[in-house]
Write a protein that binds this ligand. Structure first.
Ligand code: BYC
Length: 472
């Protein structure tokens, strides 16, 4: 039974019969999906200390309690309305925002919402086996927090589909539960969401880099002229921040431990013999997840992106910081491959909106990597981690048919095939990581050997708090 008590919301669910009916059909399928495709081995007998959003004010979404995961209260929230909000960019600049979907933009908006929605359950599916290899109860709890909130983000997109897109919206909402990460016949829409995440270095890199793409895409959707989409994504951003915290501090704690082990090994790079994760391996995972997440921003030159911008559907991150919101006369300089070399070209800026967003994203990632380098500096080490060149290992966009090394130097097919193992995780690297993660750490306050404890616990709880407990 659908009830406002079980589904915390600020969208008037108790008086919205249409939404109730749609959810009555969809919610049981969602729970079934969560049980089948969500965290494996932690559905029945575990209580997890998680945060549940019960309202949009800070006190409301910082509500912590022990929950049995399938009983988590996935809610539906819109950020508070902005009075007299006006369209902030594109051809309709200055007009009032839309409370309903204009017929002529219905397909484009549905496509954006479905693409966004598809990533949320995909990430839960990708991470579903990680609990069996967790480095601590603290990390296990963080994994589940991320998972339930990705589930809530799916609810947010399904709310929009059910409320504004009629029959097609209901069909799309079902399809969101039918596609599966990595499934050959029914894969998830975007490539990075079909990659396996079977170890915790992958998970932390994913939450650092791929969730940060979530941040850039949500920032741009929160500028949308469709006000309910803007308000939904604005609230999602508050949760996204915690996911990136998990990623950045997770990798940071691995680096911290690696530094300790390097000292212990007499400043040797080879910390594997002490069971640690060496810096070259960490660099390879940065190279992988950064390049996969660059792909998530779409083609460098994109008429889709130009149309989204022109129609006011998807803006730039922090659109108010730009001085020109029409962008009809501006150009963007880009290195374009031509006849086997790169040629600088000026392209109309509206068609470069994916690249403009990617610029914002690269800057945000760069700041995070610099914070990691501070750890190395603090330990007196000369090694530094870095982002690879944007052209490296691309699967989408104009560099995808070419090869480049992490410095952006072009390589032929043969050199790429021979050398890519130097820059990307090899099967042997993955095997090594699985070997040090084979035994999960479930004892409160204990941490796997390859990762340092966090500085503090969650919600002012001690680090040795029993963040996940078993109830038989
Ligand atoms: N993989 O003109 P283009 C998150 C396709 S993450 C496969 O550049 P557009 C999260 C494209 O569909 C954020 N295919 O496309 C993070 C198109 O196909 P068709 C998710 C790709 O539309 C962690 C063709 O290539 N949010 O929230 O400008 C955990 C032409 O490309 C890919 C969104 O994505 C790819 N990577 O740009 C949980 C926001 N890229 O039509 C959650 C909504 C492109 O030719 N989506 N293609 O068959 C969008 O804004 C756009 O769809 C994209 C693509 C930016 C993704």
């Amino acid at each position: 039974m659908i009830s406002a008590e079980k589904i915390p919301n600020n969208v008037g669910l108790s008086s919205n019969k249409r939404l109730q009916r749609a959810l009555e059909h969809w919610q049981p399928q969602y729970i079934q999906w969560w049980k089948d495709m969500g965290p494996q081995g932690f559905q029945d007998y575990h209580q997890v200390y998680v945060r549940t959003a019960v309202s949009v004010d800070p006190s409301g979404w910082a509500h912590f309690e022990y929950v049995n995961l399938p009983e988590y209260r996935w809610g539906i929230f819109l950020a508070d309305p902005v009075q007299d909000r006006r369209i902030g960019f594109g051809d309709f600049f200055g007009q009032p925002v839309w409370q309903e979907v204009p017929g002529e933009f219905r397909n484009q908006l549905r496509r954006l919402i479905v693409t966004q929605g598809d990533t949320e359950p995909a990430s839960v599916e990708q991470q579903r086996w990680l609990g069996q290899r967790c480095p601590s109860l603290y990390d296990l709890r963080n994994l589940f927090q991320v998972n339930v909130e990705e589930g809530r983000h799916l609810w947010a997109m399904v709310y929009l589909l059910h409320s504004y897109f009629g029959r097609d919206g209901r069909d799309e909402a079902e399809e969101l539960l039918a596609r599966q990460s990595g499934n050959r016949d029914k894969p998830r829409i975007l490539d990075a969401f079909n990659e396996p995440i079977d170890n915790w270095l992958d998970f932390f890199m994913f939450t650092m880099f791929t969730d940060r793409d979530g941040k850039s895409q949500l920032l741009s959707l929160s500028e949308s002229s469709l006000d309910p989409l803007s308000r939904t994504t604005r609230f999602m951003l508050t949760e996204e921040a915690h996911h990136m915290f998990v990623g950045e501090t997770g990798v940071g704690r691995i680096i911290e431990r690696t530094c300790q082990l390097m000292k212990q090994a007499g400043f040797s790079e080879d910390v594997r013999k002490l069971g640690g994760i060496d810096l070259p391996t960490i660099q390879k995972f940065i190279n992988l997840w950064f390049s996969l997440s660059l792909d998530l921003h779409g083609n460098e030159i994109s008429t889709n992106a130009a149309t989204y911008f022109a129609n006011g559907l998807k803006g730039r991150a922090q659109e108010e910081k730009w001085d020109d919101h029409l962008v009809t006369e501006r150009y963007y300089d880009l290195d374009v491959p031509a006849d086997g070399r790169l040629e600088r070209k000026s392209i109309p800026m509206r068609t470069a909106m994916n690249e403009v967003l990617r610029d914002w994203y690269v800057g945000d990632c760069e700041a995070g990597v610099q914070r990691w380098n501070k750890i190395l500096e603090r330990h007196g080490l000369a090694d530094r981690l870095r982002l690879p060149d944007r052209k490296f290992n691309r699967g989408i966009g104009m560099f995808s048919s070419l090869h480049f090394d992490p410095n952006g130097v072009a390589l032929n097919d043969e050199d790429w095939a021979r050398r890519k193992g130097e820059w990307l995780p090899s099967p042997a690297d993955r095997e090594y990581l699985l070997s040090i993660m084979a035994t999960p750490v479930y004892e409160p306050g204990k941490f796997a050997n390859y990762i340092a404890p966090p500085i503090r616990g969650i919600n002012r709880m001690p680090i040795n708090f029993e963040y996940v407990r078993t109830e038989m």
